[in-house]
Design a protein around this ligand. Structure first.
Ligand code: H79
Length: 427
């Protein structure tokens, strides 16, 4: 009896362990694709000024002034659990936070430079607090870590924008610094979802791959983006939605306002724009890493928090057509995109005008079983030349996105991506 109990316990523990963090890089990549939606956070002492992180060094402000901002950086209302709560309420599944931007300032207690948060008046390890909050809430975490560093004396280029060449530098020594800090971050706050490097000025593919190989010795399953100089695991279209691509992973990074770092009186994208960006990313088989820039006091702009909550409300209702899906089988067009999961295809109609909704859906070689409009509306489908015609009442059209849910007779995940014909939709 005792023995059986023990066996069951061991089996249960084994299963529990299996359910936890992914074990291979491939598994982690699939988890990440399923997640589809993450929060990017750009933050640093520059928020005091409200200008762009990294880029305003030596541009809006002299290098000396920019580099001394940290001596006034004291975000007393910083509350990591609050940030994580905001991400969760938005329906985001992971967070990527700026450990270091091009300006070289380090947001954690690093032993490799004094230019870090512990020497600001704040004196709290922001990344430690964030990693603890993420772990507690089941949100995956990664760090944005700039490959280039316009502050570091060993890096060949400096501000403004890396346009000035230093007389003395040592790129190999700088590369060691980058590797050491990356390892320190993974050891202190990992295991991580991703190391998100950026702007590989002066880094070629060999140097970049050296960094990737080095950190994989510490965490073999960590994901790395494509900005070390080497290819990495996924592409990163910036401030635009990536094109349809299901042969290599990708993630669009985009600001919710107009700037990466906090900007006073910044505009916030409309709910429609925000959701369309997410839906169009999923439809192209990519992720969306949506950026907020916290204020100098440590809080996220209430306007941004509000918008994110609205996104989360939509996702609560319709997230099943985004999370765990893959893009296609129909390639994105101006009026909409498609996502798929198992034997279902979700057609997201994003642009709607005119009357009598009618969609022509090309044949994918698998029979259609059932069609409905998300939220419970009825639709009819009829076999036609080369596909099916789907019709529904125009009263079922929803403001941001009307989802046509198609159930097929079998799994559609292996259907090769195909074009909607030009006659696919008529209004
Ligand atoms: O961290 C964010 C950007 O600072 C960084 N990548 C994202 C994730 C980035 N580095 N380089 N670039 C983006 C491309 C350069 C864009 C620029 Fe500009 C256009 C530099 C100057 C004009 C964007 C707009 C940055 C400053 C103003």
């Amino acid at each position: 009896m005792k023995k059986t109990f023990l066996l069951i316990l061991i089996a249960a523990l084994f299963v529990l362990q299996q359910c936890q963090a992914p074990k291979t890089k491939e598994e982690r990549l699939e988890w990440w694709k399923d997640a589809r939606f993450g929060m990017f956070i750009h933050w640093g002492p520059v928020s005091i000024k409200g200008t762009e992180i990294g880029w305003s060094r030596g541009r809006e402000w002299s290098v000396e002034e920019y580099d001394s901002l940290y001596t006034q950086f004291n975000p007393i209302n910083f509350n990591a659990p609050e940030w994580v709560k905001t991400a969760k309420a938005a329906g985001m599944k992971y967070i990527v936070f700026t450990s270091k931007h091009h300006d070289g300032f380090c947001m954690w207690d690093t032993k490799y430079t004094d230019y870090n948060i512990m020497n600001s008046p704040f004196k709290r390890d922001i990344m430690k607090e964030l990693s603890e909050a993420c772990r507690k809430e089941g949100i995956a975490l990664g760090f944005y870590h700039s490959t280039c560093d316009w502050h570091h004396p060993d890096f060949p280029l400096t501000s403004p924008g890396g346009s000035v060449k230093r007389e003395v530098y040592n790129l190999d020594r700088y590369t060691e610094y980058l590797k050491n800090q990356s390892v320190e971050i993974i050891e202190n706050y990992g295991p991580l979802l991703v190391m998100w490097y950026d702007v590989p000025q002066q880094f070629d593919s060999v140097r970049g791959q050296g960094v990737i190989d080095h950190i994989r010795k510490i965490q073999p399953d960590i994901l790395v983006n494509n900005r070390t100089g080497a290819k990495g695991d996924f592409d990163t279209p910036e401030q635009r939605i990536g094109s349809f691509q299901n042969t290599r992973a990708w993630e669009t990074c985009m600001t919710i306002g107009r700037q990466w770092a906090w900007k006073p009186d910044d505009e916030v994208k409309s709910l429609e724009q925000c959701l369309h960006n997410l839906i169009r990313s999923a439809g192209g088989d990519g992720n969306l890493l949506f950026n907020v820039g916290p204020r100098p006091d440590g809080t996220i702009e209430p306007l941004q928090v509000g918008r994110l909550k609205e996104m989360g409300q939509w996702l609560k209702k319709y997230g099943y057509s985004i999370y765990g899906t893959r893009g296609g089988p129909f390639k994105p067009v101006e009026w909409g995109v498609s996502t798929r999961k198992g034997n279902k295809v979700y057609i997201h109609i994003l642009k709607w005008s005119g009357n009598s909704p009618e969609i022509f859906v090309p044949d994918i070689g698998i029979g259609m079983k059932d069609v409905m409009i998300a939220g419970g509306g009825e639709a009819t489908f009829k076999k036609a030349d080369g596909g099916y015609v789907i019709r529904f009442d125009r009263g079922l059209i929803q403001p941001v996105n009307t989802i046509v849910e198609i159930k097929y007779n079998s799994n559609v995940m292996n259907v090769e991506p195909l074009d909607f014909k030009s006659k696919s939709i008529s209004f």
